[in-house]
Write a protein that binds this ligand. Structure first.
Ligand code: SF4
Length: 357
């Protein structure tokens, strides 16, 4: 009953200050009052009107009768915390019953959130659990912002806050371009989290038209490309999108992005035993990236049970890394976080759906 009542109310989360002032104005609220509401939500991560201390009781009643604030209108279906306590993953149920995964990571330099951009994904990357449940829908700008503010709300009492976001969770962000960019631009505003674009990363499987749109935007957002092989046949096997956007064309588009923004492009490379981890693979990758403003992030495979992929030995990983270094390619092996909590994208959701279907 409560859920149905909420569905009939307008949700104000993710509206710009001007849009909130216009909307609340139609209910008789003055602009300064709407600004106070805006500040409670986006500066203090308060999502219940009744906790907005400088708003009168009558105004609170009117707000509660007519509006909701999305983060107060969700359920947490599952939560996993890694044994080192540095990674916290939640499965959030949205008001329409769909669920999304979001991960909070604690680093020396602060907190970052890995956000999802779609419910499910239809890119079909072979190493990824998100595709197992198929694509359902794009997330709205508010649903993307929700993932950051959910954690911010929990961090604020102890003086913490989310200072970085990586759009690297479930979904292909460049196929939901407007909502993703809208959310990042929102987080950048001084009146919200004032987050630097340099602290934001978009990770794509290589949607060239989306990269081209980013070139036009020319914001200093970090771009990460999931490459995973510099052989067309192997990359097509691991990432079917390679048949539409071959990796050499993707690298060309990413290079244009690096030139337009001055930002170094990161290439993600999951090392899968006996698939893409040979010396020849390392040489081909070096050739493809030679003289590019780029770096390579090697990620020893996080096994996805359903696919049977294995992780290469530490010796193989080191050997691959040394070939890249010898060829003057910037490369590092990613520090693993949350391996014990299904941190690879889509794993928690696919397990939850599997158990509840
Ligand atoms: S890796 Fe990313 S693009 Fe590929 S299936 Fe998973 S969520 Fe989709």
């Amino acid at each position: 009953m409560k859920d149905r009542e909420n569905m009939e109310k307008k949700d104000v989360f993710g509206l710009s200050l001007e849009a909130l002032q216009d909307l609340l104005g139609t209910y008789g609220f003055k602009k300064f009052r709407a600004k106070q509401v805006f500040e409670w939500i986006y500066k203090k991560s308060v999502f219940e009107f009744s906790k907005m201390k400088n708003i009168s009781k009558d105004d609170i009643n009117l707000l509660e009768e007519n509006f909701t604030i999305l983060p107060a209108n969700i359920k947490i279906l599952r939560e996993q915390i890694s044994s080192d306590k540095l990674t916290r993953k939640v499965l959030i149920e949205l008001p329409d019953g769909n669920s999304i995964e979001t991960v909070l990571m604690s680093h020396d330099y602060g907190f970052s959130v890995c956000i999802s951009s779609q419910v499910g994904c239809n890119m079909g990357c072979a190493f990824c659990a998100s595709g197992l449940t198929g694509f359902v829908r794009n997330l709205s700008q508010a649903e993307i912002l929700l993932q950051v503010y959910y954690f911010n709300q929990h961090l604020l009492p102890s003086g913490g806050f989310v200072s970085r976001v990586v759009v690297m969770g479930s979904g292909e962000p460049l196929l939901n371009f407007d909502a993703v960019l809208g959310a990042l631009e929102f987080l950048h505003m001084e009146t919200t989290l004032n987050m630097s674009y340099r602290n934001m990363t978009i990770s794509t499987c290589g949607i060239i038209p989306g990269i081209e749109k980013l070139v036009i935007k020319k914001l200093p957002i970090n771009l990460a490309i999931s490459l995973h092989s510099a052989r067309d046949d192997m990359r097509s096997e691991l990432m079917p999108i390679n048949k539409t956007y071959p990796f050499l064309e993707v690298i060309k588009a990413a290079d244009a992005y690096a030139k337009a923004t001055g930002r170094q492009v990161t290439y993600e490379y999951i090392l899968i035993a006996n698939k893409n981890d040979t010396l020849l693979d390392a040489e081909l990758l070096s050739n493809a990236l030679r003289f590019k403003n780029s770096s390579v992030n090697l990620i020893p495979a996080n096994p996805v049970e359903e696919k049977g992929f294995k992780r290469p030995s530490p010796h193989t990983v080191e050997r691959f890394l040394q070939v890249l270094k010898k060829n003057n390619i910037n490369a590092t092996v990613r520090r693993e976080m949350g391996k014990d909590i299904d941190a690879a994208c889509g794993q928690l959701r696919s397990k939850f759906i599997g158990k509840n279907s």
